[in-house]
Design a protein around this ligand. Structure first.
Ligand SMILES: [Zn+2]
Length: 353
């Protein structure tokens, strides 16, 4: 007969707390989640966790992976050496998965219940095709002038310590401005080996169980600052993918570094041109001709880096991630990334007024 150890009981207790707390949060209106979760439990977690690991410059996810492998090994050991029954091992396995889910939601995932930025900033309007065309011309000019400012190739970019701290400050300014919580000491790591995330179809990701964000170093360095700011936004308690792109864009363009600004504008340019190509195919060709050879080279190198690592199980990943987002009330699933152009146009129009 299976008996629960003290540790098992502790796990059950934490899972139950998470379920009850989750049911309570789900019963609240989204505008009450900030005060009942983000500025309370999530804030306490963020402050303690970031203080504990402030001098630890090693991605904690490596330790989590080791612990996870050791735990699986322990389950095998229980089954084969200690002759535990299948049901006893399955109970341990279920508890292990349960405690992971509980930590995932307690220390980050309940942020999915917050009021979206698009509602807070009233960005749910419509834009016209003409506005997209005007914006494409503006951004094309912008990246041309930024690229002219950059003379020393990559030196600043390849020394992340130069741009990381200012990027934390500018991301924090965006969070402060909208009063959506501000935890600038959250950590994001540039992750090696190169391609370790790209093979799963991700440029970066935030892992709530290690409390840190990650950016794949296999990306072209021009994509590092923007992706870094995106992951930092997740670490600071924002969940929506498209909205994290929006925050990252605003944080990067406020930076003093032309490289960081260029990184964001180039990323925005790629989204924008995908829309222009669909709506105005002729204009798309004319716009492309405006780019200097340096910018054209940057763009093709970015694409090369993105495609350098073959993706494993792309269909499964897409299905799984889409299902995950929808389960967490992101109704647009993986398409939640693509509203960026609309939001930037609407937000700039508001900001100017
Ligand atoms: Zn993300």
């Amino acid at each position: 007969m299976f008996t629960f150890s003290k540790f098992d009981r502790l796990c059950i207790g934490i899972i139950l707390i998470c379920v009850v707390y989750g049911l309570y949060l789900n019963s609240l209106a989204s505008e009450n989640i900030d005060s009942n979760y983000t500025f309370f439990v999530f804030k306490a977690y963020r402050l303690i966790w970031d203080w504990l690991f402030q001098y630890f410059n090693f991605p904690l996810i490596y330790l989590w992976i080791l612990a996870f492998i050791a735990w699986l090994g322990y389950l095998f050991f229980l089954y084969f050496q200690r002759q535990k029954s299948v049901s006893a091992v399955l109970i341990k396995l279920t508890l292990g998965i349960g405690i992971h889910l509980a930590f995932f939601y307690l220390f980050w995932g309940f942020n999915y219940l917050r009021t979206p930025l698009v509602v807070r900033l009233e960005l749910d309007g419509q834009i016209t095709n003409e506005q997209i065309k005007i914006e494409a011309w503006r951004v094309t000019e912008k990246i041309c002038s930024l690229r002219n400012e950059i003379t020393l190739f990559n030196e600043e970019l390849l020394t992340p310590n130069i741009w990381i701290q200012p990027l934390h400050q500018s991301t924090s300014m965006v969070f402060k401005k909208w009063n959506i919580g501000n935890f600038p000491s959250a950590k994001v790591h540039l992750l090696k080996p190169h391609g370790s995330l790209l093979i799963f179809g991700a440029a970066g990701f935030y892992w709530p169980l290690s409390g840190q964000g990650h950016v794949d170093m296999g990306l072209h360095p021009l994509q590092w600052p923007f992706t870094y700011a995106h992951e930092l936004s997740h670490a600071m308690g924002w969940t929506d993918e498209g909205e994290c792109n929006f925050i990252a864009y605003l944080a990067c363009i406020q930076s003093d570094s032309p490289w960081v600004k260029y990184s964001a504008e180039l990323m925005y340019y790629r989204y924008l041109m995908a829309a222009v190509k669909r709506i105005f195919p002729d204009e798309y060709i004319i716009l492309k001709e405006q780019l200097s050879p340096e910018i054209a080279k940057d763009l093709s190198e970015i694409n090369y880096a993105l495609n350098r690592f073959p993706e494993l199980f792309p269909r499964f990943r897409e299905w799984f991630y889409d299902a995950y987002l929808r389960m967490n009330r992101v109704n647009e699933g993986i398409y939640s990334y693509s509203n960026l152009v609309k939001w930037i146009i609407l937000y700039s129009a508001k900001d100017i007024k």
